[in-house]
Design a protein around this ligand. Sequence first.
Ligand code: BGC
Length: 427
Amino acid sequence: MNPTWVMSYPTGYETGTYLALDMGGTNLRVCQITLTEQKSEFDIIQSKYRMPEELKTGDADELWEYIADCLMQFIETHHGEASKQKLPLGFTFSYPATQNYIDEGILQRWTKGFDIAGVEGRNVVPMFENALAQRGVPIKLTALINDTTGTLIASAYTDTKMKIGCIFGTGCNAAYIEDCGSIPKLAHLNLPPDTPMAINCEWGAFDNEHKVLPRTPYDVIIDKDSPRPGQQAFEKMIAGLYLGEIFRLVMVDLHDKPETHMFTGQDISKLRKAYSLDSSFLSAIEEDPFENLSETADLFQTKLDINPSGAELELIRRAAELIGTRAARLSACGVAAISKKKGYKSCHVGADGSVFNKYPHFKARGAQALREILDWPEKTDPNEEDPIEILAAEDGSGVGAALIAALTLERVKKGNMHGILHPENFK
Ligand code: BGC
């Protein structure tokens, strides 16, 4: 539960031009966003750069240098050599980083398969700023942002019913706005109790103690073989990074138990390769429209050199359904927990990420679970909105980051310096 120092919802009337950088799992995205005079409107230009796989487990300096180079390239392309004025930047760094005004930016732990030495336990802001300074990139870092907070703020810019921002992608997490009076770790600041503060829940770390959620043997293996055993317990059951791997482990286990006769006599060496199936493989199984699951059969043949029988195909489909359904229902538990804590009877939840946007039935399964948890009566009219709806979010790491940079500049101008690490960046 990290306070993020985002201390208001946007009004829709924010203006100005900002840069946004998103260091996601697969890509690095750089955007320039102009929040226009028109309420809730914006213009955006963006470039994507591939995040080389080797950088994710490489050296910290190489990571920051690569990011600085991408930013420089973006600025040169869009502003030309002439750009002297330092542009304000919102940096979406979607890993658990404390955002406490004394130690703002300290990376608590890498998640999502990243494993770069020398960054955990340290403040990422100076490392990033050094790389910018070394290359003379004309940028001032205005805000370090979690993707969930960006999603919440971007969605609230266009929809005032938005109260929660979620990511269901490679990782999973949520943010919402709390009153400072309910945040014991900020009590020493003596802020007025009704001061709003966005909280990055980092709910991926829920139940790391394994006291609440039942785990399968496959969950145990996923954790044991991950770069950070014992961490992100909830995330490892839900997020896109793990869904294909859970399924693969189930298949291998069934094959290795002779009494189940799964893929008997077939060479499953391709299936034995860890992380060889991603969540799009599972999506494809769940999306197979044919009664005889012929697309699934083709998939197993082409990707794994396995020819499943009819009965095996049915089992494959059922396993995919169970893994996808568990992920969606656990996700809904998180949304329900925040809603209950805040007493939200009706609101919108902005969600983004590959699992939310692409995994079949994820939305419907999540909505059904919310209905069960929150005891809503069955709908009489199928077009009726649910009291709490999880909807596709606005662009959190672009527009959201720009808005947070704008909100931060605005409150600093009014003298609210809480959470500001480098006041000189705001002059
Ligand atoms: C990270 C969060 C992030 C989430 C979604 C998790 O692995 O810990 O900070 O919000 O992924 O990207």
